[in-house]
Design a binder for this molecule. Sequence first.
Ligand SMILES: [Zn+2]
Length: 43
Amino acid sequence: MSVHCYVCGTAEHGKVYLHCVHEGNEKYVCVRCLPVLIHGGSH
Ligand SMILES: [Zn+2]
């Protein structure tokens, strides 16, 4: 299974990814994008 951030799309090894559920789908987000989600996101 390949893990990649659903926000920025990065799949870099060595990064930390957090599991989350977005619109009913299980996804991963990297810690770099986490603040964006916490603050409501601009997407
Ligand atoms: Zn990301």
